[in-house]
Design a binder for this molecule. Structure first.
Ligand code: ZN
Ligand code: ZN
Length: 427
């Protein structure tokens, strides 16, 4: 038997409403509990004085690119990036090549993750075969292979009929459908948000209603089927409002926001820098305010990154030729601190909940808690030291990040994965 003591930290575990200075004891791979244990002898001590100690962070929206696009990221580099960002579990999206639409494909991801030995990887299976939108994938087999939810992310499910059946079918397994909500007819050819800025720059826009219409459809279908729908990367004030109304009616809908969507606006595209190009696109100040309100009142349950690595040569093309998305795992914490904690919009326990127990509940995974007996995934966070984001030091294989050079606070000081110290700068 081996004991690890994380001593004297500010322990925040929203799953148990813990918010106090205390010790966390770990025995082998499991949590013993929060609180002093004079009867136990620690084999290793991490001094967490002046640091936050919380359940290992979960990022439920990550693109790991393997198999098929290893020039952008691999399961090994993506999970190393996660650990560097204080994230111990990721859910990976199925838009790989081939798509993650079979039991064997899910098993491959789990095996590669195990080999890499970094963060936990929970595969998300495709809703439709080949993500082609025509025929439901084998959900039962995918779950057998380790899939924890379903999505065609990267693209929406165009057919409302297919989405309806996906919600009916996933309900039988009590799994969530994760929706990339976009009306493709309205966004075709668009490179940024449609508004004053797109008109000024002469760039083709993607209107906010393209998202709102799709979110409305998903909530209406969840309502008639009783299925669980989770709206990925909410970027419009209108979508936040629709989720809020859906929740009030008792629809099983949850929502997530990504740091870039509540930090940056479409004005950033004035530089024509492709690191500001993503889908859904950066919107307007009023959308940011809607998202922040949704995070504050609980309409948006989850914070995630939509970590979307692209090799440098792909992001250096003209704006209309370059792929959508930015990496996010290594800026998840500091940008969230900058936008949510520092202005006093969320308390630390509120923010940590959206990065731990809430995504764990959406996915139905046994993570995101420091309850006795839980798997000992723990993040220790330095929340006071100011530092400069340096994209050249990232563990991700890609460099498409718009936050390089930003002065921030909030970084992982230590990460424990199933009782094993992956790294520690504090003993
Ligand atoms: Zn998406
Ligand atoms: Zn995505």
């Amino acid at each position: 038997m081996s004991y690890l003591l994380i001593r004297n930290g500010w322990v925040i575990d929203p799953s148990q409403s813990i918010d106090r200075i205390d010790d966390v004891w770990i025995e082998n791979s499991r949590i013993v509990g929060v609180g002093p244990r004079p009867d136990l002898h620690a084999d290793r001590v991490i001094d967490a004085t002046g640091r936050i100690v919380c359940p290992g962070l979960i990022d439920m929206h990550v693109h790991l690119r393997e198999p098929g696009r290893e020039e952008d990221e691999t399961i090994a580099t993506g999970t190393a990036s996660a650990i560097a960002g204080g994230v111990t579990s990721v859910a990976c999206m199925p838009n790989t090549e081939p798509a993650l639409d079979s039991q064997a494909a899910a098993e491959f991801v789990c095996l590669q993750a195990k080999r890499a030995g970094n963060a936990n990887v929970f595969p998300v299976g495709a809703i439709t075969k080949g993500r082609a939108g025509a025929e439901l994938a084998e959900m039962g087999g995918l779950i057998e292979g380790g899939a924890v939810a379903f999505t065609d992310d990267g693209t929406p499910v165009v057919s409302a009929e297919i989405m309806r059946r996906a919600l009916e079918y996933s309900k039988m397994f009590d799994k969530a459908i994760l929706s990339h909500a976009e009306d493709l007819d309205l966004t075709r050819g668009g490179v940024m948000h449609e508004g004053n800025v797109s008109r000024r720059l002469g760039l083709r826009g993607m209107p906010a209603v393209a998202e709102d219409i799709a979110v409305f459809r998903e909530i209406a279908l969840a309502e008639i089927t009783g299925g669980k729908v989770h709206i990925l990367h909410v970027s419009t004030a209108g979508a936040v409002d629709l989720i809020r109304q859906g929740k009030r009616r008792g629809v099983r809908v949850t929502g997530e926001a990504c740091p870039h969507h509540f930090t940056l606006t479409d004005e950033c595209l004035s530089t024509f820098d492709s690191n500001f190009k993503m889908a859904p696109p950066l919107r307007e100040q009023r959308d940011i305010e809607g998202i922040l309100e949704g995070l504050q009142d609980g309409t948006l349950d989850v914070l995630s990154t939509d970590h979307a690595p692209h090799a440098p040569e792909k992001k250096q093309r003209e704006l209309d030729q370059t792929p959508n998305g930015i990496i996010g795992l290594e800026t998840f914490l500091p940008i969230s601190v900058l936008r949510l904690i520092e202005p006093g919009l969320l308390t630390w326990p509120q923010m940590i909940a959206k990065m731990t127990i809430h995504p764990a509940r959406v996915l139905g995974i046994d993570r995101g808690t420091l309850k006795p007996g839980a798997v000992a995934d723990v993040s220790v966070i330095d929340y006071t030291t100011t530092y400069t984001i340096d994209v050249t030091k990232f563990r991700s294989k890609s460099r498409n990040c718009p936050f390089s050079g930003w002065e921030v606070r909030g970084r992982a000081a230590a990460v424990v994965l199933a009782g094993e110290v992956k790294f520690s700068s504090v003993g």
